[in-house]
Design a protein around this ligand. Sequence first.
Ligand code: HEC
Length: 136
Amino acid sequence: MNKKLLLAAAGMFTVAGLFAQKTTAKKAAPKGKEIYTQYCLSCHQPDGDGVPNLNPPLINTSYVLGDKTKLITWVLKGTTEKVEIDGQTYSNNMPPQNFLTDEQLASVLTYIRSNFGNKASAISAADVKAVRATVK
Ligand code: HEC
């Protein structure tokens, strides 16, 4: 085989390798959408519009757009109570999401507050940490 061609092929592999490394490094950072897909989507649905009478939507609700502390507390604790949200009751339970790290919760909450038509400020890992310290 032509030596030049071989060198060119080797060069291409190196570039491909660098790309692969870059993608992995990026993936290691917690991403809101991925966390949502893994832990929230089954109940709250891909577009955050929920399931009638079972799981509430995450679109423009007072919880999602409102006070950060209330939202963080809610998601850390979950609930087994029937809760009325904007005039509808939902009979499913929400399991506590406290197994997620501060960074993961910050990412997923920031994701829901800035998607599905929502526009609310970001939530930081420090916000989650502070609330977690007060939640039993
Ligand atoms: C097993 C189903 C289930 C999963 C998984 C789940 N939830 Fe929920 N969620 C509910 C239900 C049901 C309620 C309503 C309260 C109730 O009836 O217990 C709720 C309520 C909420 C609320 C407050 C009400 C509203 O509509 O604004 C927020 C915010 C929320 N969930 C966010 C999340 C996030 C973020 C995740 C993932 C980290 C998640 N939920 C995972 C079922 C679920």
